[in-house]
Design a protein around this ligand. Structure first.
Ligand SMILES: NC(=O)c1ccc[n+]([C@@H]2O[C@H](COP(=O)([O-])OP(=O)(O)OC[C@H]3O[C@@H](n4cnc5c(N)ncnc54)[C@H](O)[C@@H]3O)[C@@H](O)[C@H]2O)c1
Ligand SMILES: O=CCCC(=O)O
Length: 534
C-alpha cells in the first residue's frame, strides 16, 4: 500500500479534499503508513477480533462505572450493513436500567459539578488524546457498524474527537458577568452553572460525532450524562465510553444505555433528576421528546431532520458547483441531515450542470466501506432503501426523469446506485421529505426570487448551499434563506468550531462552538445587598 493510495482515500469522489477529514497532517506524513491502510481489506471478523483484544469492542451498557447487561438478559443484534451479518449482541435495556443510570449520573453530578474547570479540561483533553490514539480502530468500528467508507470514518473520528478537544479548551472560558447596579448599595453578578444530569439521545449516521458534540460541552460545563446511542450503531459509543474511563473521567459521569428506545426515552423525560434532554434524530421523535419534557420542564436541544436546498445560479463556477454539490449530496451515501436534498439549478446552466453531475457521479465505486476505492457504502437498512425507492417512483410517476441510477445496486443488500433525477418539482414527495440516500434531485428555476421562495417552502431549516460568483448575491441569498447553516461555494461546512443547528422544525439550540456550551448552562443572578453598611 502506498502513501499515494492512503491520500487518495481522503479525497472526495469528485477529487476535492474532505474538510472534515482534516487530511493535511496525514499527507504531510512521510512514513510509516498507518496500519489502517495496510489492513484495508481485512474481513469484518478480524476487525472485530482486533477490537476485542484492544478492549474497545464493548458489548454491555455502562452504569455508574460498571459494564452491565440488561437486567432481564434480553439482547439485540448489531449488524454490519455491508454484509448483512450480525456483529455482536448488545443488551436490550429499558426503563429500570435507565433509572439506575440516571441515579448514577445524579450521584456523580454532586462531585463532578464541584471540580474546577481546569480539572475537567485536563480530563477531557486526555479523553481526546485517547480517541485520537485509537483513531484507526474507532474508524474501523464505524465502518463495521454503520457502513461508511473507511476514509469517511477516519474523518468522523477527527470531527467527533474535535468536539471533545474544543470542549476541553472552552471549559475554561465559561465566564459570568458583573452588572452595574441600579442602587449604590448593591452589587449584581451573573453566574453560569451546569444544568445537571443530561439525557443525550443520538442517531446512527455519525456514531461518534453526534455523541461527542453533546457529551463534550456537557462535561466541560460540569454536567453528567446518560447517553443513548442508536441501537443500530452502539459500538462506537461504547468504545468511546471505555476510553472516557481510561482517561480518568470518574464513574457515573458518563453512562450508556441502549435497547428499547421508547422505554429509555420515557424514563429520561419522566425523571425530575434529568434536567436537560439533547436529541439528534428524526423530527417525529424530537417532537415527542419535546412534548414529554414539558412534564418536568426540562431544557431541550433538538437537532432534527433537514431538507437542504443547494442552489446553483447561472453565474456559478461549474467546477466549484459540481465539487460542492457532490460533497454536499453524496457524503455518507446521502445519509446526513445536511445532505443536499433539493438541487435547484437556474435554467441557463441546467443542462450543462446535469450532464456534468452525471459525469462526476457515474463512476463512484459502491461497496463495502473496507474495500479499496469505495466511496459509497450501503444504506443503513432495508427501510431506507424502500423509502428511497418509493420517493423515486413517486417522482418519476409525476414526470421526473431518471438520468442515472435509480435502483438497488447489483451488489444487493442495501447498496443503492448513485442516482441523478431531473425535472423534479417542489410539490413531489422527493422535495418534501428527507431522501437520506444517494439521490440527487434536480429542480429548475428562473429567477433569484423564485429560488429563494422554493428553498424556503418547507418546514425544515437546517443546511443550505448557494453556488454563485456574485458577492452581492451570495450575501442577499444567504440572508434570505431561512436556514441555520449556509454554505457559499462550499458543500462541506461542518466543524466543531462553528454553531450547528436549525431554524423552524429542524430544531432548537446549537451544537459546537461557544454557542453549544450555553445549552448546558443555567444563568444565575446574584444580588449582594447592604453593601454600604460597615
Ligand atoms: N439535525 C441534526 O444535527 C441531525 C443529525 C443527524 C441526524 N439527524 C436526523 O436524524 C434522522 C435519522 O436518524 P434516526 O433514524 O436514527 O432517527 P430516529 O429519530 O429514528 O432515532 C434517533 C435516536 O432516537 C432514538 N429513539 C427513537 N424513538 C425514540 C423514543 N420514542 N424515545 C427516545 N428515543 C427514541 C433512536 O433509538 C435513536 O437513538 C434523520 O431525520 C436526520 O436528518 C439530524
Ligand atoms: O447528520 C447530521 C450531522 C452532520 C454533520 O455534523 O455535518
Amino acid at each position: 500500500m502506498t502513501l499515494a493510495f492512503a491520500a487518495k482515500r481522503l479525497r472526495l469522489p469528485n477529487g476535492s479534499w474532505n474538510l472534515i477529514a482534516r487530511s493535511s497532517h496525514l499527507l504531510s506524513m512521510q512514513a510509516p503508513i498507518p496500519p489502517l491502510f495496510r489492513q484495508i481489506s481485512m474481513a469484518a471478523e478480524s476487525v472485530a477480533s482486533q477490537l476485542t483484544s484492544s478492549g474497545l469492542l464493548r458489548t454491555q451498557g455502562l452504569i455508574g462505572g460498571k459494564w452491565v447487561d440488561a437486567y432481564d438478559g434480553k439482547t439485540l443484534k448489531v449488524y454490519n450493513p455491508a454484509t448483512g451479518e450480525p456483529i455482536v449482541d448488545i443488551p436490550c435495556m429499558a426503563g429500570k436500567e435507565t433509572n439506575d443510570a440516571i441515579s448514577a449520573a445524579y450521584d456523580a453530578y454532586r462531585s463532578w459539578c464541584k471540580t474546577t474547570a481546569s480539572e475537567r479540561s485536563k480530563l477531557l483533553r486526555k479523553w481526546y488524546d485517547l480517541l485520537m490514539a485509537h483513531k484507526e480502530e474507532l474508524a474501523q468500528l464505524i465502518t463495521l457498524e454503520q457502513g461508511k467508507p473507511l476514509n469517511e470514518s477516519m474523518g468522523e473520528i477527527n470531527y467527533g474527537a474535535g468536539f471533545i478537544e474544543f470542549s476541553a479548551e472552552e471549559a475554561k472560558r465559561v465566564y459570568g458577568d458583573i452588572i452595574p447596579a441600579p442602587l449604590s448599595d448593591r452589587r449584581l453578578f451573573v453566574l453560569k452553572q451546569p444544568v445537571g444530569v443530561v439525557g443525550a439521545i443520538a442517531p446512527w449516521n455519525f456514531p461518534l460525532a453526534m455523541i461527542t458534540r453533546k457529551v463534550g460541552p456537557a462535561l466541560a460545563c460540569g454536567c453528567t450524562v446518560v447517553i443513548k446511542p442508536s441501537e443500530l450503531t452502539p459500538l462506537t459509543a461504547l468504545a468511546a465510553a471505555e476510553l472516557s474511563i481510561r482517561a480518568g473521567i470518574p464513574a457515573g459521569v458518563v453512562n450508556v444505555v441502549m435497547g428499547n428506545a421508547p422505554d429509555i426515552g420515557d424514563a429520561l423525560i419522566a425523571s425530575p433528576q434529568v434536567r436537560k434532554i439533547t436529541f439528534t434524530g428524526s423530527t417525529a421523535v424530537g417532537k415527542k421528546l419535546m412534548a414529554g419534557s414539558a412534564g418536568t420542564v426540562k431544557k431541550v436541544s433538538l437537532e432534527l431532520g433537514g431538507n437542504a436546498p443547494c442552489i446553483i445560479f447561472d453565474d456559478a463556477d461549474l467546477d466549484v458547483a459540481i465539487k460542492g454539490t457532490v460533497g454536499a449530496k453524496f457524503r455518507n451515501s446521502g445519509q446526513t441531515c445536511v445532505c443536499a436534498n433539493r438541487i435547484l439549478v437556474q435554467e441557463g446552466i441546467y443542462e450543462k450542470f446535469a450532464n456534468a453531475l452525471v459525469k462526476a457521479v457515474q463512476n463512484m465505486k459502491v461497496g463495502d466501506g473496507f474495500n479499496e476505492d469505495v466511496v459509497q457504502g450501503p444504506l443503513i437498512n432495508e427501510a431506507s432503501v424502500k423509502k428511497v425507492d418509493s420517493l423515486i417512483q413517486d417522482a418519476t410517476s409525476k414526470g421526473a426523469k431518471l438520468i442515472l441510477g435509480g435502483q438497488r445496486h447489483s451488489l444487493g443488500l442495501t447498496f443503492y446506485e448513485p442516482t441523478v433525477i431531473t425535472d423534479v418539482k417542489n410539490e413531489m414527495r422527493i422535495s418534501r421529505e428527507e431522501v437520506f440516500g444517494p439521490v440527487a434531485p434536480l429542480l429548475r428555476f428562473k429567477t433569484e426570487e423564485e429560488a429563494i421562495r422554493i428553498a424556503n417552502d418547507t418546514n425544515a431549516g437546517l443546511g443550505s448551499y448557494i453556488f454563485t460568483n456574485s458577492a452581492q448575491r451570495s450575501w442577499r441569498v444567504a440572508e434570505a434563506l431561512e436556514y441555520g447553516l449556509v454554505g457559499v461555494n462550499e458543500g462541506l461546512i461542518s466543524t466543531e468550531v462553528a454553531p450547528f443547528g436549525g431554524f423552524k422544525q429542524s430544531g432548537l439550540g446549537r451544537e459546537g462552538s461557544k454557542y453549544g456550551m450555553d445549552e448546558y448552562l443555567e444563568i444565575k443572578y446574584v444580588c449582594l445587598g447592604n453593601m454600604n453598611k460597615e
